[in-house]
Design a binder for this molecule. Structure first.
Ligand SMILES: Nc1nc2c(c(=O)[nH]1)N[C@H]1C(S)=C(S)[C@@H](COP(=O)(O)OP(=O)(O)OC[C@H]3O[C@@H](n4cnc5c(N)ncnc54)[C@H](O)[C@@H]3O)O[C@H]1N2
Ligand code: MOO
Length: 390
């Protein structure tokens, strides 16, 4: 058994950053920007009014001042001409501020009669003008790598960038193994259960930015497992679930090795997730996850997340561990790093009583994995402990 940190390092050695591809901006949310992008214009491209009102010379702005309205500027329709002494241009939000004007008096502070306006309320010190380039200027950079959030997409659109280079999504093949498994919606026999792990992992992996394919369930025969591995052809990462332990029907290690797996490790000092295996299989990385549903999902958070991030060219560390106060005492930990299902709320962390690695109901209620180092001493309520948000 190797420590979790060593296993993670081996797993990162199995993957490389993937190549870039071009994506339309409308499809780029959640993708990772592959190259720095430069703005192709200033925003705003002119001094723009921030309010509906009247554009005048700032030096003339005072209570009771009067102006003659000489024209109009609306968004998309500039006023052509100059605002002279005693003159004003009716202006709307987003319109270019005309030459000679340096203040927009909001219409609420003005009384209008025909072509004449009078400032009838204290106009304040805000000029209500957004300077040219106040948001960004031509050539300004959005730096890669960057996981593109909706706000980034809006920014790149405003920069007039219609397509962006993004890192290709890692292709992950998910193989469930076991004679006891039936797909959701199927009709399980009396000794069968529903395959849940591939579904949970697909959702998780796609949340990390990968594309995950659920392959047909491999039965507990070498032939069936071989077929599943063949169907995984072309994947960047092949993930098997179950069949990783020491039982007579745990065939994954054997078949993978027959197919050329160069194993980098088997068994990690963690709980859950002990019978984890990994290695290189041709061009793909291969990870064999334990079958217990919570074990598979915890390994997804702890190991698959950094692998996917590395393939996407992002810093491999996911969310840093956070610290919280323990709500109730915990006994001494055993020899394996324990990832306890827990709930973090208002800075306090409560571990669930039942930590059995088959309990999806508990995992579904958890928002944190309380991380206990091997042989961690008993902890009292109120002590600080670390956790991984999930
Ligand atoms: N003698 C020992 N027995 C076991 C050990 C051990 O060290 N010595 N380790 C235990 C631990 S820890 C784990 S974890 C499991 C892992 O075993 P496998 O990876 O071989 O998993 P399976 O035996 O195939 O399945 C375990 C459990 O999970 C269910 N399962 C499997 N796949 C799915 C799926 N896709 N969806 C839902 N549920 C699934 C399966 O039915 C079993 O109940 O081994 C312990 N045993
Ligand atoms: O490692 Mo097993 O994953 O403890 O249930």
């Amino acid at each position: 058994m190797i420590p979790v940190s060593e296993a993670r390092a081996h797993l990162l050695d199995l993957v490389v950053k993937l190549e870039a591809e071009e994506a339309p901006l409308a499809e780029a949310a959640g993708r990772v920007l592959a190259r720095d992008m430069q703005a192709r214009r200033d925003q705003p491209p002119f001094s723009a009014s921030a309010m509906d009102g009247y554009a005048v010379n700032a030096a003339e702005v005072e209570l009771h001042a009067m102006f003659k309205v000489i024209g109009e500027a609306a968004a998309g329709h500039a006023f052509v001409g100059r605002v002279g002494a005693g003159q004003a241009v009716r202006i709307f939000t987003g319109a270019p501020v005309p030459e000679g004007a340096s203040f927009v008096v909001i219409q609420e502070d003005v009384t209008r009669s025909g072509d004449l306006i009078t400032i009838t309320d204290e106009p304040g010190g805000n000029h209500n003008i957004r300077p040219r380039g106040g948001d960004f200027t031509d050539g300004q950079t959005v730096s890669a790598p960057r996981l593109l959030a909706p706000a980034d997409i809006a920014l790149l659109a405003a920069m007039n960038i219609p397509t962006v280079p993004v890192i290709r999504r890692p292709d992950v093949a998910l193989i469930s193994t076991g004679d006891e498994l039936v797909m959701p919606g199927g009709t399980p026999g009396p000794d069968q259960i529903i395959a849940s792990n591939t579904f949970g992992l697909k959702a998780m992996l796609e949340g990390f930015g990968a594309r995950a394919r659920i392959l047909p369930i491999a039965r507990d025969t070498e032939g069936s497992l071989r077929t599943a591995f063949e169907l995984a052809e072309g994947a960047d990462l092949v993930v098997t679930i179950g069949g990783a332990s020491v039982g007579d029907h745990d065939l994954v290690g054997k078949v993978a090795q027959d197919l050329g797996l160069e194993r980098s490790f088997y068994k990690v000092a963690m709980r859950p997730g002990k019978p984890l295996m990994a290695g290189r299989m041709g061009a793909a990385a291969m990870v064999g996850l334990p079958g217990n549903p919570v074990s598979a999902m915890v390994c997804g958070h702890v190991f698959l997340a950094p692998m996917i991030r590395a393939m996407l060219g992002l810093p491999a560390e996911t969310a840093q561990l956070r610290t919280a106060e323990l709500a109730a005492a915990l006994p001494e930990n055993g020899p394996r790093e324990h990832y306890m299902r827990a709930q973090a709320e208002s800075g306090r962390l409560t571990a669930f009583d039942n930590q059995d690695s088959s309990l999806l109901t508990v995992l579904a209620e958890a928002n944190a994995l309380l991380v206990r180092p091997p042989r961690d001493r008993a902890r009292a309520a109120g002590e600080n402990v670390q956790y991984l948000p999930i």
